[in-house]
Every structure is written in structure tokens, then in C-alpha cells.
Design a protein. Structure first.
Lengths: 256, 307
């Protein structure tokens, strides 16, 4: 088997290349994960009166400076992690794609790895697109703490993708995984402050939000965009979710 | 289960002494919880042959070959395969599809990249008669099966395991798939073919294992199976002559009438014996048939079901 080991990175790259092409051939996935968050930033930013005026509730920032782009970055990652990734994996399991791979020298876990790589790259690309368009058209500043932003983004992706893998692991078929993804996604987006920004949340709700993966992720993104220091609590919460959900997925995932 | 020895004994008896077994299955048993999928299965597959595994739905055929392919672990028993399971055994499974948007050429070249020494996937593409640009979702049933076979062969395997390959295909697509399987054998690949179609077995298989309720009933050539089931001929005709007289003939095993058609079964020179009693001028619509493998299969498995 050591003779085969040398081929593994090349085979994974090959597989990720094919998976990337398949992703790009799904207009719905591309729309929701990549185009929608950037489009929402622009449409809401330009159409809602007040979003481009300094807001005392946000410490004098405009909504389009930090709050809105931060939430749109979160929306991309959450859509990919809780909808696109688990649906793709459950469909692959349901249709025997994983089973077929298990008859070849490449393990089906390579396909899971390739899916993770593709979704992570798409999340990064969607984030870059959102921030670049916001910067050019709305004057949204680039992240004022770039390293912190990269760290939160990475930890947030790990936590969210691990939760997505858990969903894929426990869902018996693609209908269930889509329903479960939506059922989990909307409360999590709410707790992140998608519709009610966290500073406006009642104290109790904000405390709950602090320990949810999206609450910690969203606040971390806002802090990094704004140049505030990151709160250790949020990094710890994200790391904890990533570890717990990752372990859960590894235990529960079935290949057929 | 020492009491079940005779099955393996029977299998071994039909293995020629010069054989080179590439697959040996010895007292395979596999259960899922309380359900017994495979009770006791033994057989050997020789290098270069097309070996059929036939049986009704739920007989344990698929579980048997999945154990051979290393996809399932036997509950007990021994399986020896003289090849690297991942690199040198190509498997075509039931209910395995591909992503809708993947194109034929992408799928074949991707799967080729999984193996250390793959076959040339472009050759397989031509052999399977497929267009590399077609997305999987646009393929017909027959094209999907041929792609599935091509994927099983893309690693240039020594053994190909093909499970229910022509189920749901129209006659033309079945013929094309059979031709593909025959060409695989001609290249020296050993083929294990799981099926419940007797015409497929008759057309393709060198030897067959008949499985019912998780046990091997017989391992033989298709012709050997027909002989076991009584062999012989089947005569049908219409006549106004004395049919009852035929029963006394030593060549005749049975005489029945189906509507105004008389069916006579038996062995030896059955036609000559019948014509000696009933001159040809008194017969119409005369037809002589061999006992079919279908008849043989029903006789074998029917007997088992009655036990």
C-alpha cells in the first residue's frame, strides 16, 4: 500500500478538479452560495434607505461597512456547509457513487475530502467576491484585521462544514438532508444576527448566540472586519463546535 | 456446520483436475442480524472463464459476490482470490450510478486515474460505443450499463464481477452488452456474472453455480445443467392420429396436450420413434426443441423449494 500512497495527493487533486467542474455545472448551487450573498449586499446596500448612513446603534458605522458584508460572508459559508455539501454527499451515498468508489483503489473518503476542498474554495471565492464588490461599489472597507479575519473564517468554515457532515451522516436520504439543513439553517442564521443584529438582541438571546456556531462565527467576522480584537470566547466556541461535530461526523458517517 | 459438506463436495467434483482456480469460495456464510443471506456457498472459478451465478431474487447471489469483492465480510467461511482486490478486481454493482452532470469521458478518465496501471480508457469508450461528451443523466439504460462495465474494466483487471448487468434493458441493448462481456473474456479476463436470465447464461457462461435460499444446488456447464434436469427433447405438433399409442414407446417420457397441440418429451431418437407410429402426413406444425436451460433451472430450484 505504500507504493500507492505517493499517488494519493495527485488522485485527490484530480478528484477535486472533477468535483469543482460538477459544482460549476449546478446553476442553483452557484447562485445561492456565490451570487446571492454578493447580490444581496449590493441590492440591500443600495435600496434600503439608512444602510449607507452612519448608525449610532453600530457605533457610528454604516450598515454596509461591517454588519451587512459580515452577514453575507456568513450566509455563503452556512449555505455551502448546511445545504450544498451535505446534499451532495447524501446524493452520492444514495445513488451508490460512494459504494462504487469503494471497489476501486481510492477510498470513498477521498470523495468526501474533495467535496470539502471544493466547498471551502467556493466559500473563499464567494467571500472575496462579496468583499471586492462591496469595496468597489459601496466603499465597504476590506477587513481591518486581515489575519484575524482569515483565522475566524477558517475556524468558522471548519465548524460549519463539520456540522454539515453530521447532517449528512444522520440523514437517510437526500430529501431528509435538505429539510434538516433548512430546519437548522434558519434558527442559526437568526442567532447569528442576520435579521436582528446582535447588539439589538436581548441580553439572554445574545448569551445564547455567543455559544452557537453561527453566533460566534458572525461576531468573529464582524470584529475582524471592524478591526476590533477577536473575542477568545468566540474562537473557543468555534473550535469546540469544529471538534465535537467533526468527531460526531467521523463516528456516524456511513458510506452506503 | 459440518453437516453441510456435500455442497462443497459437489462443487469440487465438477472442477477439472487441470484447473487454475482464481477464486475459491469455501463454506461462505453471511447473516444480517437474524436474517441469513447466504447459508453455505462453495465454488471455484477458473482463470479465463465466464462463471455464472444464477438464482431467484433474494437467493444470496449479490451477497456472495460482494463478499468475493471484499465489500462485505463473511460471517464464516473462507474466500481466496488470487488477485489484488482493489487493483485487479473490477466490480459492476447493482444500483450504482454516477453524478448526473459528469460526462462519460470525465468519468472514465477519472476512474482510470485511480489505478496504478489502468487500461486505455479511450479504447474502452470505443468498445462500449459511447460518446465521451454525453452527461451521465442523458445516457439510456443500456448506455449506463455499458459505461458501468467499462468502469469495471478501466483498471485493466484480471477479474471482472458483473451483477445483474442486463436487468431492465431492451433486447437490442442486452445483445450489445453481451457482446461487450464476450469481448472481455476474449481478452483473458475472468468474468463472474450474476444473473437471473437463463438466455444470458446459455449465451455467455462456461460454467454456472445455481443458488437457492443461500445454498449451492449445482455447479455445472449450461449443457450439464440441462442433462441433470432430464435433458432430452421436446416435440410439439398437431395431429388427428392416435396419440395414446405414443405412451408405450421407450423414447417417450411424457405426452400432454395443450389445446389441440400435442407435447411429447423424451430422450434418444424421439422424432424417429414418433414418426414410426404417426406418419408425417398426419402431422402438422411439427417442432423439435431441446429442453431449455429455463426448464432445467425451474426443475432444479423447484425441487429445492418443495423440500
Amino acid at each position: 500500500m505504500t507504493a500507492h500512497a505517493a499517488f494519493v495527493p495527485a488522485r485527490l487533486a484530480r478528484l477535486a478538479g472533477v468535483e469543482a467542474r460538477l459544482f460549476l455545472r449546478e446553476p442553483v448551487a452557484v447562485f445561492f452560495a456565490v451570487l446571492l450573498p454578493a447580490a444581496l449586499l449590493l441590492v440591500l446596500g443600495f435600496s434600503i434607505p439608512g444602510f449607507r448612513d452612519p448608525d449610532p446603534a453600530l457605533g457610528g458605522q454604516r450598515v454596509v461597512d461591517v454588519q451587512l458584508p459580515g452577514m453575507m460572508v456568513l450566509l455563503s459559508v452556512v449555505t455551502l456547509a448546511l445545504s450544498t455539501l451535505p446534499t451532495a454527499l447524501v446524493v452520492y451515498r444514495e445513488r451508490g457513487v460512494l459504494r462504487r468508489m469503494s471497489t476501486t483503489p481510492v477510498r470513498p473518503s477521498a470523495l468526501l475530502g474533495a467535496q470539502l476542498v471544493v466547498n471551502a474554495v467556493v466559500a473563499a471565492a464567494a467571500t472575496a467576491l462579496t468583499l471586492a464588490l462591496g469595496h468597489v461599489l459601496l466603499g465597504t472597507p476590506f477587513p481591518r484585521a486581515p489575519l484575524g479575519f482569515a483565522a475566524v473564517f477558517t475556524l468558522g468554515c471548519l465548524a460549519m462544514f463539520a456540522i454539515g457532515l453530521c447532517l449528512a451522516a444522520v440523514s437517510p436520504n437526500s430529501r431528509v438532508v435538505q429539510g434538516a439543513g433548512a430546519a437548522v439553517m434558519f434558527p442559526l442564521l437568526f442567532l447569528a444576527g442576520m435579521w436582528l443584529p446582535r447588539p439589538l438582541m436581548p441580553e439572554v438571546l445574545r448569551r445564547i448566540s455567543d455559544v452557537t456556531p453561527t453566533g460566534a462565527f458572525g461576531q468573529g467576522l464582524l470584529d475582524a472586519l471592524d478591526g476590533h480584537g477577536l473575542q477568545p470566547l468566540h474562537l473557543a466556541v468555534l473550535a469546540g463546535w469544529a471538534a465535537a461535530a467533526g468527531l460526531g461526523a467521523a463516528r456516524l458517517f456511513r458510506w452506503e | 456446520m459440518p453437516g453441510l459438506q456435500p455442497h462443497s463436495g459437489r462443487a469440487a467434483r465438477f472442477l477439472p483436475s487441470w484447473s487454475m482456480a482464481i477464486i475459491t469460495v469455501d463454506h461462505l456464510r453471511r447473516t444480517y442480524g437474524a436474517r441469513v443471506a447466504v447459508e453455505d456457498v462453495s465454488f471455484s472459478v477458473e482463470e479465463g472463464e465466464i462463471f455464472g451465478i444464477v438464482g431467484r431474487n433474494g437467493a444470496g447471489k449479490t451477497t456472495t459476490v460482494e463478499c468475493v469483492a471484499g465489500l462485505r465480510t463473511p460471517t464464516s467461511g473462507r474466500i481466496e482470490v488470487d488477485a489484488d482486490l482493489k487493483e485487479q478486481v473490477g466490480v459492476q454493482l447493482q444500483d450504482c450510478s454516477l453524478p448526473d452532470k459528469i460526462r462519460v469521458g470525465e468519468a472514465l478518465s477519472l476512474y482510470a486515474s485511480f489505478y496504478s496501471r489502468p487500461a486505455d480508457w479511450r479504447d474502452l469508450l470505443g468498445e462500449a460505443g459511447l460518446d465521451p461528451r454525453t452527461p451521465f443523466a442523458k445516457l439510456s439504460g443500456g448506455q449506463r450499463q455499458r459505461l458501468s462495465v467499462a468502469l469495471a474494466l478501466v483498471g485493466d483487471p484480471r477479474i471482472a464481477i458483473l451483477d445483474e448487468l442486463t436487468t431492465g434493458l431492451d433486447p437490442q441493448a442486452r445483445r450489445e452488452t453481451w457482446d461487450l462481456v464476450a469481448r472481455i473474456r476474449d481478452r483473458g479476463v475472468t468474468v463472474v456474472l450474476v444473473t437471473h436470465f437463463m438466455d444470458e447464461v446459455e449465451r455467455l457462461c462456461d460454467r454456472v453455480a445455481v443458488i437457492a435460499e443461500g445454498r449451492v444446488l449445482a455447479v455445472d456447464t449450461p449443457a450439464g445443467l440441462i442433462d441433470r434436469a432430464g435433458g432430452g427433447r421436446r416435440l410439439t405438433f398437431r395431429t388427428d392420429g392416435p396419440v395414446e399409442a405414443l405412451r408405450a414407446l421407450p423414447e417417450v417420457a411424457s405426452v400432454t396436450t395443450e389445446g389441440d397441440t400435442v407435447v411429447v418429451t423424451g430422450t434418444g431418437d424421439l422424432l424417429g420413434a414418433v414418426l414410426a407410429v404417426l406418419p408425417a402426413s398426419r402431422l402438422s406444425d411439427l417442432a423439435v426443441q431441446r429442453t431449455t436451460l429455463d426448464d432445467a433451472f425451474l426443475t432444479l430450484t423447484g425441487a429445492h423449494a418443495a423440500v
